[in-house]
Design a protein around this ligand. Structure first.
Ligand SMILES: Nc1ncnc2c1ncn2[C@@H]1O[C@H](COP(=O)(O)OP(=O)(O)OP(=O)(O)O)[C@@H](O)[C@H]1O
Length: 360
């Protein structure tokens, strides 16, 4: 078995004059769960369609299990696709729906029924063979679509916003189930979503897309804690941004001029250098609130404008005392202690500041 399930090489795809994918390259390791994450129109579905064979890109190539598949039609690829709208055949039983792809491949009825049964068992719908799609809920129909796609034992399963039609609670539950099913079957899954919580919950790898390009690609933890670009920092979770300029760099140490004063920071792998304009990104949970001492750097004081309850903590939207444009989003450690209108000192540990090049 090839270690790489999918290898997309320099793919560009245009819809007439519009470039939907611009020189995209990525590899998907065999047996992994990869999530394409990005806002509407970023090119996620186009990339998935290129991998599935529904679109042939104008430039670049797609290899699956090491074989060039760029111009091979969908039915001849070792891939299957699960769509948001399930696309079940309404007149067929659930068993026949799941066995459909096997029938197309000429597999005999006893084997078809056995595999349909196993697949329905896998997705938690044991004994539903004789039912029809209209007798099932949305979540159950999506499980049938998943069972049907897995029944033909693809190398790569493509899922296009598979949970988009489900309510939030069911969606969260299905995310956990999808990940468990992927682990059990060991098939490589590629899942498209615009929901960053969904991406973080299920992806081994998250591919962050914007305007037909890959902005960042890595484990959820890495992309969240050390995003490669400003776009990725803003799209994956919440961040507060502060502009600055690098005054000097010696080795891994940086001196950055900001409207809140000079901040001595560590480069932390960021490739910035003296003279570069940068944006400092701080996650809500990384602000030090109240007493700023020890290694924490002072960021002055800010007034709490609004508080939202987020279960285990409160999230405060603040207005900085001296820098009106800096509106920190801060996770408040003690529930109920600080009220809107209160002014608190803010700080941050140098290693918690992500330094991003300001390309603007
Ligand atoms: N058949 C088409 N003809 C022309 N333009 C298209 C076509 N399909 C997609 N596009 C455009 O290409 C861009 C990328 O579309 P794509 O569907 O890949 O994005 P997406 O990230 O999957 O978005 P969404 O989350 O809304 O599905 C969009 O701007 C879209 O309008």
């Amino acid at each position: 078995m090839s270690a790489t399930a999918v290898d997309v090489k320099n793919v560009t795809h245009r819809y007439e004059a519009f470039t939907a994918l611009a020189d995209v390259s990525l590899t998907v390791p065999t047996g992994s769960y990869t999530v394409f994450l990005g806002p509407s129109g970023s090119g996620k579905t186009t990339l998935l369609s290129v991998i599935g064979g529904f679109l042939v890109p104008q430039e670049g190539s797609v290899l699956i299990n090491g074989q060039d598949m760029t111009a091979v039609p969908p039915a001849k690829r070792p891939t299957t696709t699960v769509f948001q709208d399930y696309a079940l055949f309404p007149h067929m039983t659930i068993g026949a729906n799941v066995a459909f792809g096997l029938r197309m491949r000429g597999i005999g009825s006893t084997e078809r029924m056995r595999r349909a049964h196993d697949m329905l068992d896998l997705v938690g719908l044991k004994g539903s063979e004789a039912k029809r799609p209209h007798e099932l809920s949305g979540g159950q129909r999506q499980r049938v679509a998943l069972a049907r796609a897995l029944a033909v034992e693809p190398s790569v399963l493509l899922l296009d916003e598979p949970l988009g039609a489900l309510d939030l609670k069911l969606r969260r539950q299905m995310q956990a189930e999808l990940k468990a099913i992927q682990r059990e079957v060991g098939t490589s899954f590629i899942h498209v979503t615009h929901d960053q919580e969904e991406a973080m919950a299920i992806g081994d790898t998250i591919v962050v897309m914007s305007h037909g390009r890959i902005e960042d690609m890595g484990t959820p933890e890495r992309v969240y804690l050390k995003p490669a670009t400003l776009f990725a920092a803003g799209f994956m979770g919440q961040s507060s941004f502060l502009k600055g300029k690098v005054r000097w760099r010696t080795g891994g140490r940086l001196d950055i001029e900001t409207p809140l004063g000079r901040l001595p920071l560590t480069a932390n792998g960021s490739g910035v250098d003296a003279g570069d304009n940068v944006v400092l990104s701080i996650r809500p949970e990384h602000f030090v609130v109240g007493t700023v001492e020890g290694p924490a750097l002072s960021l002055g004081s800010a007034m709490v404008e609004d508080m939202t309850f987020a279960g285990a903590h409160h999230l405060a939207v603040m207005r900085h005392e001296t820098l009106d444009s800096f509106r920190p989003m801060v996770q408040m450690p003690q529930i109920g202690e600080t009220k809107p209108g209160a002014t608190v000192a803010l700080g941050v540990l140098p290693e918690d500041v992500v330094i991003l090049k300001d390309e603007a």
